[in-house]
Design a protein around this ligand. Sequence first.
Ligand SMILES: Cc1cc2nc3c(=O)[nH]c(=O)nc-3n(C[C@H](O)[C@H](O)[C@H](O)COP(=O)(O)OP(=O)(O)OC[C@H]3O[C@@H](n4cnc5c(N)ncnc54)[C@H](O)[C@@H]3O)c2cc1C
Length: 296
Amino acid sequence: MSNRRVEIIGGGLAGLLAAIELSKNGIEVAVLEAAGQFGGRARTRDVDGFLFNRGPHALYCNGALKRELDRLGIPYSGGRSLSGARQAIAVGKLHHLPTTLGSIVRTSLFSVRDKISYTRIFKTVMDGATGSGSFADWLDEQRVSPMVRSAVEAMGRLSSYVNGAADVSARALLDQIRLTTAGTIYVDGGWVSLVNGLIEAARASGVELNDKAPVAKVNCATGRLELVLGNGETRKADAVIMAIDPKAAAALVPEVTSLAREAREVRTVRANSGCGACRRKKTTSHLESTRLVSRP
Ligand SMILES: Cc1cc2nc3c(=O)[nH]c(=O)nc-3n(C[C@H](O)[C@H](O)[C@H](O)COP(=O)(O)OP(=O)(O)OC[C@H]3O[C@@H](n4cnc5c(N)ncnc54)[C@H](O)[C@@H]3O)c2cc1C
């Protein structure tokens, strides 16, 4: 073990993964988690034996989390999502929502002209399309019919749970659509089982885990970094990882202007829900009832 010490603020998935990685590489690591349990947004509630994930539920087959869990040998099991069963309701009728090139031909959602257009868009996305503006800007550039646009927007909502094409970055959303197309796993026992696996691996590799340990301030003016906890206790570190949201991170070290700028730029975007469809009803006729029914 080296004599370097890293304190990690936040015991969600990111904090736990970072802790295991560092500890396995010989660094002395402690995790400080404000809540009484680890996992952050990855929580599962047990109601009379039925398990409800309160945050994440889909483990992306091509995603960074699955890659890291597999690399660290954290065990999990689960079923693959059935992306082929996705459907769209458009103008009062149920249609198959195509998620592969082959299924575009079969769907009743599009006219022949729209099938050609959707095929082009689908291929563009799968080939790595990206954009510097919002997802809505990117869609504008594609010059497609309202129905094709609506279907691509629906894919975006289904992939990201974000209902705000004008607010979300095209680059992030297009990456997310590609990620979803590779399939997801619904984890047996809920995401708490992943958190428990990470806690076990962290303990086994010597990570110091502290819950109910909110960090109130990080002093980085001189020498070693100093963390001040909510109860007034102080801890020294050679490095600090803030595995928390940008606004909370900026609040801990207000003198770091780059963090403050990041925090200012972060905007909350509405989660995807049926409301999106209700809102559209007022503004457009063609798309009034286009929304998704996902059958995982
Ligand atoms: C409704 C919903 C559905 C989602 N669905 C999916 C999905 O299906 N698949 C997927 O991959 N992702 C999904 N996500 C995203 C996923 O939940 C997050 O990307 C992931 O949980 C983030 O983990 P994290 O460790 O970065 O942050 P968090 O989980 O937010 O953890 C941060 C931790 O830091 C702690 N903390 C904050 N401030 C302090 C402080 N000052 N001192 C000490 N501790 C502090 C918090 O208590 C928290 O435990 C979903 C998110 C939501 C909300």
